[in-house]
Design a protein around this ligand. Structure first.
Ligand code: AMP
Ligand code: MG
Length: 338
């Protein structure tokens, strides 16, 4: 395939003719990358197996990793679920559209390939106007994982999608940077108690205010084991560089680690949160904002950037322990765990 075209689209008021163009590509079985408020998604019509198959081929994604089904409203959500419990109703009313994915019993009309053979389905109602306009136009759900090659960093800009998937997909809608920058919170409502499978922008405490106690599992499983959540895959959020953590504010440790990489002729990128200083030449320093939401929005872009600059090692200063940082901590820990 030739290079994939990138088409700029207005992120607030998407041009109807561009939405129609993207919908036509999707109806013909093509793959379209589009902006959402979390990261860019790679969409295919969710109810058509042959179309969904192409997502796995384009990404090189193992078929045991289920996909999130994107819907425009509650009615569309109900059409892909066998059961719509009261908890889903309460949560959807308050937090949809938004960066929250619910795991629910799957309706039989959803092909098995979407759910990797599971009897449950992941459903999300995105808030981004481009994603919503596309779903409206199609009047049908879209299966959409993040628009990157399997095991690489999620894309928060059209250029990241292009870097990973150009020539493998049919169209990229460029709606500018994604505002949240980390993937949705995934909440499983099919077990004995509601459980967060992947932390995201929607916090445990927000969910607990609505439905009472919510458990969290963050354990990572090996890549060859079938998993409840593909987000639990160790390599899921890893850059190619070797990533390690620096204790917060520890100038001595930072200096030592940087020296060690430079001695081994490596190229080092550093993500800082506090006013630590680096004077060595050739070290790429990126200072990230101290607010969790702003840090999250910048994180993947900075990692892409350092990867593109050829960094062999990335040192990340540890982020705070509090809840607001849960999603960022989770993604950083996964990047380190490879
Ligand atoms: P991504 O590939 O980045 O879009 O991530 C897909 C996410 O979908 C994973 O992190 C999973 O948590 C979630 N997911 C999709 N389907 C299921 C399912 N049936 N059960 C549990 N998690 C799911
Ligand atoms: Mg992904």
């Amino acid at each position: 395939m030739q290079q994939t075209p990138i088409v700029k689209i207005n992120p607030e008021h998407p041009e109807p003719e561009l939405i129609r163009l993207a919908a036509t590509v999707l109806r013909k079985g093509g793959l379209v990358a589009f902006p959402t408020e979390t990261v860019y998604g790679l969409g295919a019509l969710a109810l058509e197996e042959d179309k969904v198959q192409k997502i796995f081929s384009a990404k090189g994604r193992p078929t045991q990793n289920p996909l999130i089904v994107h819907v425009v409203d509650e009615a569309m959500a109900k059409s892909v679920c066998a059961i719509w419990p009261k908890t889903a109703q309460v949560i959807a009313e308050k937090l949809w559209p938004g960066p929250l994915t619910l795991i629910l019993p799957k309706h039989k009309r959803v092909p098995m390939i979407v759910t990797a053979g599971l009897s449950t389905v992941a459903v999300r109602c995105p808030a981004h106007p481009v994603a919503r306009a596309l779903l409206h136009e199609l009047n049908s759900p879209l299966a959409a994982p993040s628009a990157n090659l399997y095991s690489e960093i999620s894309p928060t800009r059209a250029a990241h999608v292009h870097k990973g998937l150009s020539g493998r997909i049919d169209l990229i809608l460029d709606g500018g940077p994604a505002s949240y920058g980390v993937e949705s919170t995934v909440l499983d409502l099919t077990g004995p108690k509601p459980t967060i499978l992947r932390p995201g922008t929607i916090l445990q405490s927000q969910l607990e205010k609505l439905i009472g106690h919510v458990a969290v599992i963050c354990e990572q499983v090996p890549d060859d084991v079938a998993r409840a959540s593909p987000g639990q895959s160790r390599k899921h959020y890893a850059p190619k560089a070797l990533v390690s953590l620096i204790p917060h504010g520890d100038q001595g440790c930072l200096n030592d680690r940087v020296q060690r990489v430079l001695k081994s002729k490596g190229r080092v990128g550093v993500l800082l949160l506090s006013p630590l200083q680096l004077t060595q030449e050739g070290v790429m320093v990126r200072r990230l904002p101290p607010l969790a939401s702003e840090y999250a929005a910048a994180l993947y872009h900075v990692l892409h950037d350092l990867e593109d600059a050829g960094c062999s090692h990335i040192l990340i200063e540890q982020v705070p322990e509090d809840e607001a940082w849960a999603a960022v901590r989770d993604r950083i820990e996964r990047a380190v765990a490879q």
